[in-house]
Design a protein around this ligand. Sequence first.
Ligand SMILES: *[C@@H]1O[C@H](CO)[C@@H](O)[C@H](O)[C@H]1NC(C)=O
Ligand SMILES: *[C@@H]1O[C@H](CO)[C@@H](O)[C@H](O)[C@H]1NC(C)=O
Ligand SMILES: *[C@@H]1O[C@H](CO)[C@@H](O)[C@H](O)[C@H]1NC(C)=O
Ligand SMILES: *[C@@H]1O[C@H](CO)[C@@H](O)[C@H](O)[C@H]1NC(C)=O
Ligand SMILES: *[C@@H]1O[C@H](CO)[C@@H](O)[C@H](O)[C@H]1NC(C)=O
Ligand SMILES: *[C@@H]1O[C@H](CO)[C@@H](O)[C@H](O)[C@H]1NC(C)=O
Length: 442
Amino acid sequence: MKVFTTFAFGAFFFASSASAFPIVRRKEVVEAGKVVMMNNNTQNDDKKVLGGNKAGALYFITNENDGNFVVSADIGDDGKLGLRQAISTGGAGVHGNDGNKNNPGPLFSAGSVQVSAASKMLATVNSGSNTLSLFSIDEQDPAVLTRVGSTVGSGGEFPVSVAFNSKGDKLCALNGGEVNGVSCFKVDKENGLTPLSGTNRALGLNQTTPATGAPGSASQLIFSEDDKQLITSIKGIPGGNATNGRGTVGALAIFEVADDGSLSKDFKVVAPPEKGLAPFGMAIVPNKTTIIAVADPAVGLDVFDLSQVEQGANKSVATAIDKQQAVGWIVRSPTTENFLLSDFVTGLVTEVKVGDDLKGSVVSETDLGSDSGTIDNAVATVKGKDFLYVMSSKAKAIDVLALDKTAKPSKIQRQDLAEAAKAAQLTISSANLSGLAAFVKA
Ligand SMILES: *[C@@H]1O[C@H](CO)[C@@H](O)[C@H](O)[C@H]1NC(C)=O
Ligand SMILES: *[C@@H]1O[C@H](CO)[C@@H](O)[C@H](O)[C@H]1NC(C)=O
Ligand SMILES: *[C@@H]1O[C@H](CO)[C@@H](O)[C@H](O)[C@H]1NC(C)=O
Ligand SMILES: *[C@@H]1O[C@H](CO)[C@@H](O)[C@H](O)[C@H]1NC(C)=O
Ligand SMILES: *[C@@H]1O[C@H](CO)[C@@H](O)[C@H](O)[C@H]1NC(C)=O
Ligand SMILES: *[C@@H]1O[C@H](CO)[C@@H](O)[C@H](O)[C@H]1NC(C)=O
């Protein structure tokens, strides 16, 4: 494997990639597939939710150590949520080591739950068991999940993020613990996940299990739009003497995906633009296969053009988000074509437009309250209109905002989670809630 050469990567150390998936610690807790109802509605039919017609579903994980559950909510055609059920993954969650602060965002990551619209599957991490779980989504009644196959080892420790390819027949996982790197799996609707050979690749981060962070930890994993690159984001560590006092700079680490599905043994390291430091959540700019927008809590937003990375060149631009303190999660709204970022310290949702010159400009700002603990976000397009969902972990709630190309986002609902969880005897906590993904019926 290649050693980092371009920058001072003090947080990384050299590690050789294993040819077989490494032996790691595993843990099974609540039996997989156990369903707990999150409401007492008699009309949990497959068509209606609240006052309207059912349009889709939203999912997140509890990430608790005594048992991880995927919680689902129905999405109505007005964009609003109705909590539906929780299903156990068969694995455990864990909170990363942040010096006992127990901050929101337990995995220091984005993408801990993902869905594939193409294959109608949902995958998630069990960060405390070092496993992954796969479910199929009922197309008619998407809040209903069915477990597929057994939990499988994630190929490392402290899995924090997963990504489906565009067909949804392959899943890759990012491990952020002591044994860190990426691993990919075949997604089979009957048999579940099977490890793919030539895909277990080490990143060589100097990390612990669970990971120590948020600085210096692995953030997210995404496929490029053409599925030919697997892109990971890794946060730097501010301060210290590295890079002229700027700190240890984080990076994107990019693996090439070969035609046979195997990953390049080495990865390309792309540093963020000057002022950028800690690449966190990522979102693709569609139809520009190589441009990605990355939330960076050191500055706000980094936008990368990766089209010339193979030739050793790269282009990136940082955009400062003035009031930001801990921007970490980013999602793109297909209808407004803008990006929405959440900041767990300020509780501000910032809407940013990215130009062809890679520069961002702030379009709007919506205050969800600094006591909200806003982390993961997701967008659903329902009848041509986009809705933004934000996990407000300290408030134990999901905020719903209606997006509009010509107006500021408007808050249309705050769906409480605490009361239903209590009634259902499901453990949830502000510190451990993680992930957000949406599925919309065809
Ligand atoms: C969150 O998870 C950790 C274990 O990772 C656990 O110790 C803790 O009790 C959980 N809940 C809270 C509120 O921290
Ligand atoms: C790894 O991190 C530990 C703890 O921060 C540090 O003591 C050690 O020197 C680091 N090792 C390398 C090779 O950077
Ligand atoms: C930074 O550099 C100064 C001066 O060379 C040195 O005294 C100090 O120990 C260094 N700090 C770290 C964290 O390496
Ligand atoms: C990226 O671009 C910068 C400035 O053009 C250059 O210094 C650096 O070596 C390039 N490569 C990587 C891998 O970041
Ligand atoms: C992007 O490409 C898709 C098809 O690949 C097309 O439907 C869509 O209109 C394109 N969007 C833009 C903004 O060009
Ligand atoms: C459903 O109703 C039963 C009986 O009243 C109650 O014990 C339970 O907590 C309720 N569950 C939810 C999720 O509201």
